[in-house]
Design a protein around this ligand. Structure first.
Ligand SMILES: Nc1ncnc2c1ncn2[C@@H]1O[C@H](COP(=O)(O)OP(=O)(O)OP(=O)(O)O)[C@@H](O)[C@H]1O
Ligand SMILES: [Mg+2]
Length: 258
């Protein structure tokens, strides 16, 4: 459903700050794949998501999404089909607006005309129903500004907002990294439930090796812009931290496992 072929990206080309991130990178992603992406700092994980979402334009190669060449589509053109959540909880939601307004905005994403925040009873019921699936009590806080929510509540709301328009692809960039361990587990559980229930094709970047092993059907490890591990199916189901570490015994960088 998503095919990256021969993608290359160099930042600051020709300057002393030149940074080759990808050189002829290819990857095929199947419908309903839930891919966990691991990799050390600077491996190119966020850049990969940026290239897919159109935030960063690749220098070469092409990207096919659902049989359509989207290589040159802008981020705005892609945002209806590709949803994204970042590490920072304040990026996925608008803190000065209420939960209702945030959900209403997400529901109307990509619509041509200005938004109307007149309360629609049908939406109110629908939003309450969606929020109740989180089991965080947010269905009783529909008119509370998002700034008053905790990081975990915000990321959970961001998840609901990201999938409300039934995107083709969900991109998660360390979306639980800023949360305390307990909340991170809760948000991961919510993530898995939403991805499974909606059958979403998902790419989740994480530094949490346990999460990468526990969640998803495929694990990819990036190192200096290359896929050095790509495990799926039964191999992924039976993967352990120890097994993953043995794949690294010849690698100099073990910081991920520290
Ligand atoms: N907009 C940019 N301009 C210049 N260099 C960039 C830009 N974005 C990323 N880079 C560089 O590209 C390389 C890959 O960065 P990227 O953010 O993709 O890494 P990452 O794998 O997400 O790392 P982390 O785990 O720290 O988030 C880094 O060396 C980074 O400095
Ligand atoms: Mg990153």
């Amino acid at each position: 459903m998503l095919k990256l072929s021969g993608v290359s990206k160099t930042f600051n080309k020709g300057s002393i700050n030149e940074q080759v991130v990808f050189n002829n990178f290819s990857m095929d992603i199947d419908e309903k794949d839930f891919i966990c992406v691991l990799g050390s700092n600077g491996a190119g994980k966020s850049t990969l998501l940026n290239i897919i979402s159109g935030k960063v334009r690749a220098d070469g190669g092409n990207i096919i999404l659902k049989d359509r060449d989207v290589t040159h589509d802008t981020e705005h053109e892609k945002c209806k089909n590709i949803s994204r959540i970042f590490q920072d909880p304040s990026l996925g939601t608008n803190p000065s607006m209420t939960i209702y307004e945030n959900l209403s905005m997400a529901k109307n994403k990509g619509k041509r005309f200005g938004l109307s925040f007149l309360i629609d009873r049908k939406d109110e019921e629908y939003f309450k129903e969606l929020l109740s699936t989180l089991h965080l009590g947010l269905e009783d806080k529909l008119y509370t500004p998002v700034s008053q929510l905790s990081g975990g509540q915000r990321q959970s709301l961001a998840l609901i907002m990201a999938v409300i328009g039934e995107p083709d692809l969900l991109l998660l960039d360390e979306h639980t990294a800023a949360l305390d361990p307990k909340t991170s587990e809760i948000v991961m559980g919510i993530t898995r439930d939403i991805v499974e229930e909606k059958g979403l094709t998902t790419i989740m970047v994480t530094h949490n090796v346990d999460h990468a092993i526990r969640y998803g059907n495929r694990l990819v490890m990036l190192h200096r812009g290359n896929k050095i591990v790509d495990i799926s199916g039964e191999k992924k189901n039976t993967l352990t931290k120890e097994k993953l570490l043995t794949l690294f015994k010849d690698m100099d960088d073990k910081s991920l496992f520290s």
